[in-house]
Design a protein around this ligand. Sequence first.
Ligand SMILES: [Zn+2]
Length: 76
Amino acid sequence: MSVKVKCRHCLRAIGEMKDSNQVQQLVQEQPLSNDELNEILQEDEQGELNVLLVCEECEEILTQNPSLFEQDNFIH
Ligand SMILES: [Zn+2]
C-alpha cells in the first residue's frame, strides 16, 4: 500500500512512499507530540493513508509569518 504525502496547508502532493518503514522514519523526524502525529496521519475514503506535512513553500511562508501557525488553512 502506498502512502501519499501532502501539505497540510495547501494540500499539494509532496510525494508518495511505498514502504511503511519509510513513513515511520519520516514521521519520527517530525518534532511533534503523539496527538499531533495522529493528526498528520489520516486515512481517506479509499482507506489510503495520507501523511500531512508542510511543503517547502508553506514552511517558508510560516517562517516569515510565524503567527500563521495559529491558522490551519491560510491558503485557499
Ligand atoms: Zn504547502
